[in-house]
Design a protein around this ligand. Sequence first.
Ligand code: DHB
Length: 330
Amino acid sequence: MTNLKLSLAMGNYDRTRAIVDGRVQIDGVDPIPMLLSPEEMFFRAFRHQAFDISELSLSSYSISVARGEPHYVAIPVFLSRAFRHTSVYIRTDKGIEKPEDLKGKRIGIAEYQLSANVWVRGILEDEYGVKPSDITWVRGGMDTAGRPEKIKVQLPDDITMEEAPVGSTLNQMLADGEIDGFVGPRWPRCYAEGHPHVGRLFADSISAAEDYYRRTRIFPIMHVLGVRRSLVEEYPFLPAALLKAFTASKRLAEEALFDTSATKVTMPFVEDNLKRVQTLMGNDPWSYGVADNVATLDKFLDYHASQGLSPRRVKVEELFHPSTLEAYSL
Ligand SMILES: O=C(O)c1ccc(O)c(O)c1
């Protein structure tokens, strides 16, 4: 019996590496891995359904489910998670000292529907009373002018959204003070390069995120794994096989990270960060599976619907293949 040969698009992460190098096999599948950036992967997945198995933006995927036209079915493998307190950048010379000061400001975004932006808008509203309609959103490419939206969205009437001027990038607009801030999953180049008037809204974003986690127990989910729906109809073993393999691959990455004899990532203070995260979040901080993540997924779907991105409130169980919602035991 030969295995299915399936294309597999995902990021180059420690938690996926064992699948790429063959230490973990996916039952019944010979993967053809492609390690891509989120921008390229999601554009090709959502515009052209280019891959058999693909990491997917939780937001873009939720839109496709809410619209009743999902080309992929998700598996509760959360390939990207992040506390997005890190992801709000501001001009430090525009009177922005606290979240409430964002009201009336012009904030750049690459796309309204990016998962990181859904989380940031939700947290700003829930925690600080700053509504999406309090801000003027300016949409454009970060480093390339004229970025297209990968999914067209119809925003609620009270949302003000402008397109960045033709030929302008958000990085240049932020650097020149033409926008007051930027929200997005990737840091803007001018911040990375140390622009003297560009900083973070939450200057101590680790403390802000820790406080948020203590109160909410939410570690935001950005990306899921998806498999082409037509393939699952033909081969219903695929979702559970993928969940099993990706869970095993993540476990190997965690074991390596905890082997601190010679650190596995090129970064100081790894042991200290591991201890800090364990103290805050317990022994499985980056959990896969629906059961451990229902509250986080529910919060995301609330935000997604209230921000007008899904035309109806999708239920958590609708996102994932039924075979990944339960497991056998001995
Ligand atoms: O589509 C994007 O631009 C994009 C970039 C980075 C991410 O992590 C992401 O979720 C989306």
